[in-house]
Design a protein around this ligand. Sequence first.
Ligand code: C5J
Length: 231
Amino acid sequence: MVSITAQPAPIDLDLDHTALVIIDMQRDFLLPGGFGETLGNDVGQLQKVVPPLMELLAAARAAGMVIVHTREGHLPDLSDCPPAKLHRGAPSKRIGDPGAFGRILIRGEYGHDIIDELAPIEGEHVVDKPGKGAFYATDFGKILSDNGITQLLVTGVTTEVCVHTTTREANDRGYECVVVSDCVGSYFPEFQRVGLDMIAAQGGIFGWTAASTDIIAALAASERPGIVAAS
Ligand code: C5J
């Protein structure tokens, strides 16, 4: 058990029952020229997440934690993409269209996959999800229960969309969620700030927030082998 400095209050994590969840760190969302940018977004806002998340991932791997990566995307025939999602708004490119990195948000395409810096390694779980939340139409919940997971460190993008949806879904299912404030990102700085505030407000209405350095320091102080504190 390690105690983490967090908002609205410290939280004890049982590392044997805690998973690191990395949401949608995909090329389509993060790379210049990709889908995120074609929607008019500043992908630099998301790239800030990569260095601290690489450090946290290394610490979690060294601690032997369960690690789950998610990817938002769809089958090539789009049969799992509701028309309400496919036809939303008036973007220059839609899901399934050819983009800079293959068909946008289509499973198996280069852009759909996770950025090189955070590529999953053997033994880590990869959950493909058609929705914003990680539980809908996936085996995410089964992976967590099969591994005895009760607490989640939630990271990835975007803070106010897939991170929030997954955290809210997990909270309703009884998981304690710590959203790692510098390891989640939004294209919109105001959504990042308010999105994090919303989680910890009202006594932690659906979770906690904590900095990666505090988590890594706590892991380093634990009995777990192989952990070094972040510089
Ligand atoms: C979005 C996500 N923003 N991963 N997806 O469409 O948050």
